[in-house]
Design a protein around this ligand. Structure first.
Ligand SMILES: Cc1cc2nc3c(=O)[nH]c(=O)nc-3n(C[C@H](O)[C@H](O)[C@H](O)COP(=O)(O)O)c2cc1C
Length: 364
């Protein structure tokens, strides 16, 4: 008999972690890693057959975490920690700089364990003015990472905010996963009080319920990123890294959780109860694949929409004849243009006008 059923017994050394990050990049580049959302088209934006303003009047600016951005889109935190990751991060960072959108870094656990990895996350040179969001897994605080380590990391890399990711499902499936998420609310509360920058807590694909959102906001977090089901599935990705049992478990939980729309519906009313001083934000990430969908999520009350896999793939599998940088630029243009079109054709001059245009499709 090898070991208990519910705990991983593989030590997570920096070498193993770096290898895992490379696996993630390879799998996300190549495999079918997306969950299938049940959202369908439950909502739509009421069309305005005769928008009575010029398309140029469409205003996509958005306030988030104390800054006004040109677009309500953010580059969600993606893998760093391997050579490919550094290059990907630099390309993403220069997009964030050019388009004036926030960018999340991938998990920085590796650099906290081994300082030789710090340079892989230092993208300031590519994005001197961009709003950069650091990243650490909440569970890491139960496995040796300290609050002071994260405070130092944010200072050293001159980051503008810090994301704490919640990935209980991923860690249960991951062969070397850190499985125990017990007692982390007080740690998050302490992190909020120690950091000089806002804290965002993000799920990575299972979504966020109203209850969890409330407890996190009570801890003082400035924003919750719902990380809903419907996009990249970390259950599937870890399943593809493991033995046949792990693979089977990964597939079983492919569609686990609340979808991104369901999570936004749960969390937005909660965020509103915390008032405006300071405002609490809901970010919609998970399966956001175009600007029209972003418009819908914003109409539902999300402040920003996070995009992961489409940006990642546009770099690692660039469109024919384009460099990775050009391919990413093209993807961003697609998002931006489709958002503008959805706003114009639903008669929304500003993002705040979208809610009034939202309709629920009647059940057949
Ligand atoms: C290649 C890749 C690496 C990722 N690495 C991280 C990570 O290190 N930390 C994190 O919080 N989320 C990570 N994510 C999850 C994303 O931030 C996001 O929550 C998820 O991909 C859902 O968005 P999507 O459907 O647009 O991909 C990663 C996603 C991808 C595609």
């Amino acid at each position: 008999m090898n070991r208990s059923l519910d705990s991983a017994n593989i030590e997570d050394t920096p070498e193993r972690a770096a290898e895992r990050k490379q696996n993630h990049i390879d799998i996300c580049r190549r495999d079918d890693v997306e969950s299938r959302s049940r959202d369908g088209s439950a909502y739509f934006l009421t069309p305005d057959a005769l928008p009575d303003f010029a398309p140029d009047a469409v205003d996509t600016k958005r306030k988030f975490l104390g800054r006004v951005f040109s677009w309500p889109l953010l580059i969600t935190g993606m893998t760093g920690g391997v050579k490919d990751g550094q290059r990907i991060n630099e390309i993403l960072a220069s997009l964030a700089e050019r388009w004036d959108i926030p960018m999340g870094l991938g998990s920085q656990k590796l650099m906290l364990k081994d300082p030789s990895y710090v340079k892989l996350f230092d993208v300031r040179k590519s994005a001197p003015h961009a709003f950069l969001i650091g990243n650490i897994g909440a569970v890491s605080f139960n496995y040796g990472i300290g609050i002071d380590d994260v405070v130092r990391m944010v200072d050293d890399l001159n980051l503008n905010a810090c994301a704490v990711h919640l990935n209980a499902l991923q860690e249960q499936i991951q062969p070397e996963g850190e499985r125990n998420f017990e007692n982390l609310f007080p740690v998050i509360e302490k992190l909020v009080s120690k950091l000089a920058v806002p804290v965002v807590v993000k799920e990575v694909g299972s979504g966020m319920s109203s209850g969890t959102c409330r407890r996190l906001m009570e801890c003082g977090v400035a924003a919750v990123d719902v990380g809903g089901n419907g996009g990249t599935s970390w259950s599937v990705i870890e399943g593809l890294r493991g033995d046949p049992l792990t693979h089977r478990l990964g597939e079983l939980f492919r569609n686990w959780g609340l979808s991104t729309i369901e999570s936004v519906e749960e969390c937005v009313p909660v965020a509103k109860t915390f008032g405006e001083a300071p405002p609490r934000y809901v970010v919609a990430t998970g399966g956001v694949r175009d600007g029209a969908q972003s418009a819908l999520l914003i109409a539902l009350g999300a402040q920003m929409c996070g995009v992961g896999l489409p940006f990642f793939r546009s770099i690692v599998n660039p469109q024919a004849g384009l460099s990775p940088e050009e391919s990413l630029e093209q993807e961003m243009r697609f998002f931006a243009r489709s958002l503008q079109i959805a706003m114009y054709c639903s008669g929304a001059k500003k993002l705040d006008d979208l809610s009034a245009r939202l309709r629920k499709r009647s059940a057949k």
